[in-house]
Design a binder for this molecule. Sequence first.
Ligand SMILES: Cc1ncc(COP(=O)(O)O)c(C=O)c1O
Length: 442
Amino acid sequence: MATLPVTLDRDAPGALGVQLSGAIRELVVAGTLARGDRLPSSRALAADLGVSRSVTEHAYEQLLAEGWLEARRGSGTFVAAGGAAPAAATRRPAPTAEHDLVRLDAGTPWIDPRHAAGWRRAWREVSSARPPRGYDDPRGLPELRSALVDRIGRTRGLVVDPDEVVVTNGTTDGLRHLLAVLPPGPVALEDPGYRAAVETVKGVARPVRDLPALDPVVDLGGVAAAYVTPAHQHPLGRVLPAAERVALLDAARSARTVVVEDDYDSEFRYDVAPVPALASLDRSRVAYLGTAAKSVAPSLRLGWMVPPPAHLDAINARRLVTHEGAPWPVQRAFLALLRDGYVDKVVRTARRVYAERAPRVAAALTPYAELAGPLAGMYSTWLLPQPDALRARAAAREAGFELNLLSDYCRSARLTGLVLGFGGVTDDELDRALAAVTSALA
Ligand SMILES: Cc1ncc(COP(=O)(O)O)c(C=O)c1O
């Protein structure tokens, strides 16, 4: 083989040699490299990838030691007997192109097509309404803020005034607006945690501090903000217990810092009612972030924020100048969807679907993997040794599905397994994906 279809990420944590051995191992597991295939020499591969030869030698040595590769004296390095069979007829098909795979993403919700009439009604209403003449109120449409306040009071126990709400283009947009007015300094983020939030923090040139996701937070000294998902830790699924909520807020008070509460999917508890929002315990320390991504659609790009009162004016003053409010048609449509009862209806239906699918996923995977948190929301996370997780992902790809690896959500944490979303697929797709995964793990 002249070269290998591998791209290295120089910014990713960890040694390049380890990344390279992981990538080659995946190619063997997926059957892209079959038994007996010859690998490029370590020198040629190093030149191809633009890395030092010690990186490629390290990767080859590791895979030789694991038995994926074998060295033949005088002729080179080959895929060992554990790889897929080589004959064209028996060789597994090349994995489907990435964009053709059905993604089992953690963040994609189930939207029941039976509610499509309500969706159309809302957009008809938008089409006959008049847009504002100039730039709109930077906080968002007043009627929408009132409707949101009713909803988060009713569903999240968070009682606020419409003037304390800021309509955003989604969760990370809210985070960006908040960070723009906070004092300089690092932001603490759960590890493993929400990758978009990590990138947002890096994108505004603030250092990231890792908060081990399963450890109680006791010290927030020196951080400008701490970003958490207390209702359903993303991606481990844990609900932050009451004592740890109190300790987190105490730590924020002593450090005079802000806790950012990402309340992305709390509507989707199917056993018990969701724990009230952390912000309901202390408005002065918590910035609350809500989103329409899970209830209606991620592509709406609509969310809302209730910042701590001390930062509200600065956020609004900045948005007045930058015109970074949410688009008027989207706000107007979401208002119609809320008023019409559409949002409540799609949430109720999706909750029923998840309540049926989550145990189905659990029944399939429990013999092979350990569930990381309670069953809730539209995904579940399964702890597995990395080789098993890679094998399951490769099998899913062959069957036409893309799964997320838990290791991709980790920075310092060393957790491995699968994060399996079951919202954005049909029942049949879910069954086929589970069959591929379980046959790989069996
Ligand atoms: C942890 C978490 N927070 C928030 C969101 C939603 O983000 P946004 O509102 O920017 O679409 C997601 C979506 O996947 C998520 O996983």
